[in-house]
Design a protein around this ligand. Structure first.
Ligand SMILES: CC(C)(COP(=O)(O)OP(=O)(O)OC[C@H]1O[C@@H](n2cnc3c(N)ncnc32)[C@H](O)[C@@H]1OP(=O)(O)O)[C@@H](O)C(=O)NCCC(=O)NCCS
Length: 141
């Protein structure tokens, strides 16, 4: 695989991030706000100047919430999402990190489990007909 780098997203990334998003319906404004938000860690995986994936993690005091993670098709299943999440998690000392994932998104659930997240509850019909599974990882006691 070509070598990729993980960097912070910057405002000039908005269009690329908007165009590659999958599983979310972010507007360009939402993406821009996430990039400039100090409480947000928003990282991209890049090859040359091409964004091949991203992760966004919001910090709420000593807890975090993963809002989104995605990797474009041609680079899936190469551990890039895992690396993006690990890098974001290592940026700050958080006690816990949460996330919500569609109960049918087996791939994402496996990815999160592989990183140590555990399912803690369900939110009924969160995604239309489908439930959300809430997952959590405890990092500091
Ligand atoms: C979910 C997603 C981010 C994973 O990205 P990825 O870069 O392919 O994931 P990785 O290569 O880092 O895989 C990490 C883990 O996922 C699991 N996984 C990978 N491929 C899988 C597959 N085909 N089936 C089931 N689980 C799989 C494995 O547990 C893997 O860990 P391992 O390879 O160390 O054993 C990517 O598929 C994606 O962008 N999906 C669309 C957006 C989305 O659903 N995001 C999550 C909710 S916001």
């Amino acid at each position: 695989m070509e070598k990729y780098n993980i960097k912070d997203c910057v405002p000039s990334d908005v269009i690329q991030l908007y165009n590659i998003q999958e599983g979310t319906n972010y507007t360009k404004k939402i993406i821009e706000d996430m990039i400039v938000n100090d409480r947000m860690i928003f990282l991209k995986a890049v090859i040359n100047k091409k964004i091949i994936g991203y992760v966004s993690l919001e910090i709420l005091i000593d807890e975090g919430e993963i809002h989104s993670v995605m990797v474009i098709d041609e680079y899936k299943n190469q551990g890039i999402a895992k690396e993006l999440i690990k890098t974001a998690m290592n940026r700050v000392n958080l006690k816990k990190i949460f996330l919500e994932v569609n109960e049918n998104n087996t791939k994402a659930i496996n990815l999160y489990k592989g990183l140590g997240f555990m399912p803690i509850s369900k939110r009924q019909k969160y995604y239309g007909d489908q439930d959300a599974i809430i997952m959590e990882i405890t990092l500091l006691l």
